[in-house]
Design a binder for this molecule. Sequence first.
Ligand code: ZN
Length: 233
Amino acid sequence: MTPKFHGEQEAHCVDTDLPTVVSLRSDRLRIYDITPPITPQLKVWPGDTPPERQVRLDMAQGDNITLSTLRTTVHAGAHADAPSHYGVDAASIENCPLETYLGPCQVVRIEAPRKTRITPQMIEDEIHAPRVLLSTGTFPNSEELSTDFAAISPELVNSFADAGVVLIGIDTPSVDLFDSKELPAHKAFLARGILILEGLRLADVPPGTYELIALPLPLVGFDGSPVRAVLRG
Ligand SMILES: [Zn+2]
């Protein structure tokens, strides 16, 4: 157990004194926002729909409220892939269990060469959390589509699955290589029942153990959802 969890247990034990609970948490825990900003410049997969804000009403123009519509791929920036994105008749996003996206999480930094798949041999840290975020540094700018980012090998998915991991996240737009058509990593995730987060912003997060909070919206029938992903620890 890390001090973080001790802190939370103490906080829960403080009897119905909400302000004390809040101050205990903010004193001890730092929040890392690992979500890139959602703007029209955010790079999405070629052919996919970038975020667009359509203003329906605008107080600056004399309307009584400001009201806008968001049009975007659900795979914009930090997002959860639903299994239905890469498997016929597989679960859509509203059926993915929320507890998978919430809880102890380990951030691992890997010196991954560009355009290669991360293998189990490249993981130097001992994995001790059921959620693992891979910080590759190979997709440093969310407003630029660099296509030579690193990806995940099916062997890594299998070895994490064997260790009890339920979710793997990565700081690139895909768990497979950019030009992969066969999508062997996605297929391994499907076969092992592990869920995926993509497009995370991990450059400023030191490797270590955190609490992950990255909840997808209940978009019924959809193949994914944007998430506001944060790490607390
Ligand atoms: Zn995706």
